[in-house]
Design a protein around this ligand. Sequence first.
Ligand SMILES: Nc1ncnc2c1ncn2[C@@H]1O[C@H](COP(=O)(O)OP(=O)(O)OP(=O)(O)O)[C@@H](O)[C@H]1O
Length: 676
Amino acid sequence: MLKQPASAVIPGSGAISTTGDKSSSQSPAPQAKTESRPPSINAGKQSQTLCRNILIHGYCKYENSGCIFRHDTTPAQSQSPAKLEGSKKRLNVDSPSFMPGSVGSGGAATQSALSVQSADSAIFVPRMATPVSDPTQSKSYTNVTGVDIYGQKPVLNSQFAHGYHPISQPMGVDSSPVPQSIQAPTYDYSSIGPYTQPSQDLYYHQAQPAHYQPLNYHLYAPLPPHSINALPYQRTVQGFFLSDNLREELQRKTEATLQILPTSGLPETLDVYYSLVPLDTNTEKSSRIFGYSSWIYKAFSKSDGNTYALRRLEGFKLTDEKAIATVQQWRRLSNANIVTLFEAFTTRAFGDNSIIFVYDYHPLSSTLFDTHFGASARYPISRSPVVPEQVLWSYLVQLSSALKTIHSANLAARVLDPSKVILTSKMRVRLSAVGIMDVISGNGDYNSRAESIAAIQQDDLYNLGRLILSIACNNHAISANATVPSQVIAKSLEYAGQSYSVGLKTALLYLLGNRPVSAVAIGTDGLQEPLKSIEEFLRIIAPYLQQNLNSSLHYQDTLESELCKELENGRLVRMLCKFNFINERPEYDHDSAWSETGDRYLLKLFRDYVFHQSDENGHPVVDLGHVLRCLNKLDAGVDEKIMLVSRDEQSCLVVSYKELKNCVDAVFRDLSRPNG
Ligand SMILES: Nc1ncnc2c1ncn2[C@@H]1O[C@H](COP(=O)(O)OP(=O)(O)OP(=O)(O)O)[C@@H](O)[C@H]1O
């Protein structure tokens, strides 16, 4: 229970009586008392005054028990005697309909119903800090004490102990009545410590009838996948935010991307690249793969500010300029399992002849070699020698997809080694050194050597088989040695057949099988044999492609769901930033005229309403659900009205989120104007 103010609220009409202005109210209780009171000299006058209960509730339950106010809504002057007689009926067909929002809009009935005291109240005329963007949106905050908040500063001395006063009446979509049958499920929020019960709005977003259909921009609409049957204690506040694991991983990647090494001893710049950071985990360089020692660095680009991975081949002297042109062919490839190659250039910045290949940078990646054969694995798959079959299929499918793109572009991967396949997140592999062999072997002009490319593509299939088999058998030698004896391959296949399914063995047999490695293959029977192809291989593993597609779509759903949460939170951050720009500005510290007048005063009260509520015992109410709900409604600018109470509880303001949003925008625009 949150503390209630000592004030009565008249929804919609804006007429509110407070402890500070008791005289201006006309409540049912005093009216009831008047029954026993002797008729006063004002009795005749009062009988001309329309009973306020008629205005507010449409009827007065004291009408027949002594209420001396008028209950016929036809203007008194124009009432015929016959009508006057009939005026004892509560409402009749001539009764004007009740218009909750008519205060201030000049409704005749409303005006005639205002008491003499109300007539004395100052008319609230908001002062515009800057013109509001939408001229049709008139501001009409209801100042319940009759104090013009724009001209006169309310007294705000006492300790704040203002309560929780939502006037949750149907002014907007979310306040419309919810049918009983589709009430939002009860949500147990008790498990999350100080956070109290969240709003129904946070969870409940489909029960509104179709005719209340403006978009509910202030509601959270979590996307699937949801955790099925989660117990209350499992549904924590984390449900509103990015999962911890994902957030941590993304943050670590950001950190790695931004890392710099001021004293690395590396050249300060390489072409347009600067701030080089070595990525090699292995300081002992071998020339096994490329025939040259290779190094890899992270660097920022001056031209676009992005981060790239620069692979350097030490001591390479380019003799054929045309060879480097093949990079353009690689650059055009678009495949999620290939690290994009952007450009290549030669340099003497390291004091030798080096060639640099520029790739996309994938922070915190780890090679398949490090993962399965190395001492440290960034994405540990399994420490047991038997790698789960699902993992092998995942690699096989992804690398096949990469080969399909490469072969379709009339190119060949040529390097399919565990040290040149990187894991960029869990089970996500990419070929990391494409295009290099084409440049350094000067063999890029495949068009003139159709036979050669076909043969190299056959090698790709064979090398893919060796790569997967070496991981399946936990034997690096199978992939490290290009001329591994066929007996070793056969024995390893037999071994793999014991641990893995027939499907996997069949796939590996196709890749490693005794097919010709030349474009025109002649079999032992003298007949021409068809070449293996990646298309044919994909047909063989088709059932496993579906499984892989399914899991990657599941993962995509999960990420989209996480993104959806952050979308909402992004809006809140924006709103909070604006809010903090406005509230408690130190330069206006001693200028209460700044913070306690006009739009800014409303926002100050709104901040108290959102963050600084206290319960009936004076304890702070820490309700994250309430905060999220309020800020989302503010950002969406819904029509729902709330009552803001000053810290001394002497004045209340009824204001809609829409008006508050206009205030935020106006004040923020004011602040951001060059001359402030
Ligand atoms: N494009 C890239 N983006 C980010 N990191 C990468 C990229 N390519 C490779 N790496 C990382 O750089 C490190 C070194 O890669 P490299 O290919 O040199 O492997 P290596 O094991 O050192 O092989 P070698 O002995 O042949 O140099 C690995 O941790 C790898 O994950």
